[in-house]
Design a protein around this ligand. Structure first.
Ligand code: FE2
Length: 375
């Protein structure tokens, strides 16, 4: 970490880290039809299925397909019952992220630490085992109905977790390397509460923040702060709506999702142009970027000045900070409701989140919001 930066973007964890996090283990989505969602994530996004749990493995109330690409692991879970936790979650929120699972060296210790600092307990620590070994899980509440599950898997060698059987899902498309960040939308006035939760309970530090002066369009605005933990491996931007002339995109999310929840999952790629080309062919739909965005781009991000035509052709956005630049693009919502979507990001040194693109992005989102009659 250079000492000459204006402000530290990632603060190294102190040596006595009470909440050591090794990284994001997986994200579990509760969906209306896990079998068809697995097909979509395989064929549209290029994931391969690596594990499965359902009636055949002794799971009586839910079915889960575990999808892997690079270090990105998505668990798609559907209900086998007309009611219960999964069915009720899907009825209320639509297809949505339920669990942001964090790999830890000791799940019980992480859970006890979090609860002692004020986290709401969801699942007590529990050891589960099968022929591949033992794993320990424990869960606490996050924003909305989202939960964090601490996953301790040092002594587990199976394809996902005990109870899952291996699936030979072929090869993945090699488009993504890791989850870069996961963004939560929370209610008006709740952003600082959740930033405080991550600082106090999870030992995170605040990275950057943008105010609605930075991120406003004619019709809507938001506030956003970013917290980071696990030595910078885990990054959670938190958004809340701000006053705009019309309904903000965050309010639209909160209305259709039914409260706070995960807005987008950013997937890191080493080659965004090649990745977006392939994803488009596979049927993934992206937000469109106004053509005028590219007129100013060579001056704003000089590092990409010789790539502008290519970026324009795919609608890819660029931004820079003191340390480098990044390229990013956002998909349209991936379910029926105007809620959760994905970001694809390629970083070249920059550690920000594309604040310079927020305005261009929001204008693009609002064009779609207007088409839905929600602006
Ligand atoms: Fe993002």
């Amino acid at each position: 970490v250079m000492a000459t930066r204006r402000a530290p973007i990632v603060t190294p964890d102190p040596p006595t880290d009470e909440m050591p996090l090794l990284g994001i283990d997986h994200i579990e989505l509760y969906v209306g039809n896990a079998m068809q969602a697995a097909y979509y994530y395989a064929h549209a996004f290029g994931f391969r299925e690596v594990a499965y749990a359902g009636l055949e493995t002794g799971s009586r109330d839910r079915v889960s397909h575990v999808m892997q690409q690079g270090d990105v692991r998505l668990v798609l879970t559907g209900s086998l019952r007309p009611d219960g936790e999964v069915a009720n979650h899907v009825a209320r929120h639509g297809d949505a992220a339920k669990v942001i699972a964090l790999t830890v060296p000791n799940a019980e210790r992480a859970y006890r630490t979090a609860v002692s600092k004020g986290a709401r307990a969801v699942h007590e620590p529990r050891e589960i085992r099968d022929e591949h070994g033992t794993a320990c899980l424990a869960s606490i509440a996050a924003y909305g109905e989202t939960i964090h599950t601490f996953v301790e898997r040092d002594d587990y060698a199976g394809p996902h977790l005990p109870g899952f059987r291996r699936v030979d899902g072929g090869t993945d498309a090699g488009l993504f390397t890791a989850i870069d960040h996961i963004v939560g939308n929370v209610e008006l006035g709740a952003m600082d509460e959740w930033v405080g939760f991550y600082e106090r309970v999870m030992g995170f530090t605040e990275m950057l923040h943008f105010t609605d002066d930075d991120i406003s369009t004619e019709y809507s605005a938001l506030m956003s702060k970013v917290v980071s933990g696990g030595g910078g491996r885990v990054k959670f931007p938190i958004n809340e709506p701000a006053e705009g002339l019309r309904k903000s995109q965050i309010e639209e999310y909160l209305e259709y999702h039914g409260g706070a929840g995960v807005q987008h999952i950013a997937l890191e790629t080493a080659d965004i142009v090649g990745t977006v080309r392939k994803l488009r062919r596979r049927g993934v739909q992206f937000l469109r970027t106004p053509d005028t965005y590219y007129d100013e781009l060579p001056e704003r991000v000089t590092a990409v000045s010789d790539q502008v035509d290519e970026l324009r052709a795919f609608g890819i956005l660029a931004d820079r900070d003191d340390e480098g630049y990044l390229l990013q693009i956002f998909t349209r919502p991936v379910g029926d409701r105007p809620t959760v979507f994905f970001e694809i990001i390629e970083r070249h040194g920059a550690r920000g989140f594309g604040a310079g693109n927020f305005k261009a992005l929001f204008e693009a989102i609002e064009r779609e919001q207007a088409l839905r009659g929600n602006l």
